[in-house]
Design a protein around this ligand. Structure first.
Ligand SMILES: [Zn+2]
Length: 182
């Protein structure tokens, strides 16, 4: 049975739709690009009940260390963990954040992400993509087996890039809408 991430995101035991059709559907590993079953829970951030679900290999990689959230205050980490959750709830909430106001300002989560890439506050999409590609390539676990520092940097880069990507998409959507709504 092919597991489908979209069915299982969030509250797999409380599924309203399709629950009867695929009761054995499995949650997938939350690591981007991994299609193994996600059976190992791992806290998303300190002091938060939210969990990632990874396959064994990625849970081990995750548990070797993650210092991205350590650099943030608890409140920021909580906010960021929410921002990184895929799905309508995060997008709904993002509508009320400070981005997309037309002045080009970035949220604190974005500023933290840019700092991780050593990029200036006004870095453009090309610079962000290039920095992310470089970090991901330099620190990829496949090329750095048994190197916990590289694993940490790799995961931090993935998380930071996701923050920037989601925010940019949100801004683009906000910029495209007003003409129709006004
Ligand atoms: Zn995995």
């Amino acid at each position: 049975m092919k597991a489908r991430r979209s069915n299982d995101w969030g509250f797999p035991r409380w599924r309203d739709y399709g629950g009867g059709r695929a009761p054995e559907a499995q949650r997938l590993c939350d690591r981007h690009g991994c299609s193994e079953p996600g059976l190992c829970p791992a806290p998303k951030a300190p002091n938060k009940p939210d969990r990632w679900y990874f396959c064994e290999a990625h849970a081990a990689e995750y548990n070797r260390g993650w210092n991205y959230f350590d650099a943030l205050s608890d409140a920021e980490a909580a906010e960021q963990a929410e921002a990184e959750q895929a799905g309508a709830r995060a997008y709904e909430r993002a509508k009320h954040w400070s981005w997309g106001e037309g002045d080009g300002s970035r949220s604190r989560a974005e500023m933290d992400a840019l700092r991780l890439f050593d990029l200036p506050p006004d870095a453009d999409e090309a610079a962000i993509k290039s920095a992310h590609r470089r970090e991901a390539k330099d620190n990829h676990p496949d090329l750095n087996p048994g190197n916990p520092d590289a694993a940490k940097r790799f995961q931090a880069a993935q998380a930071a890039y996701e923050v920037l990507r989601v925010a940019a998409a949100r801004r683009a959507e906000a910029a495209a809408k007003p003409a129709k709504q006004r």
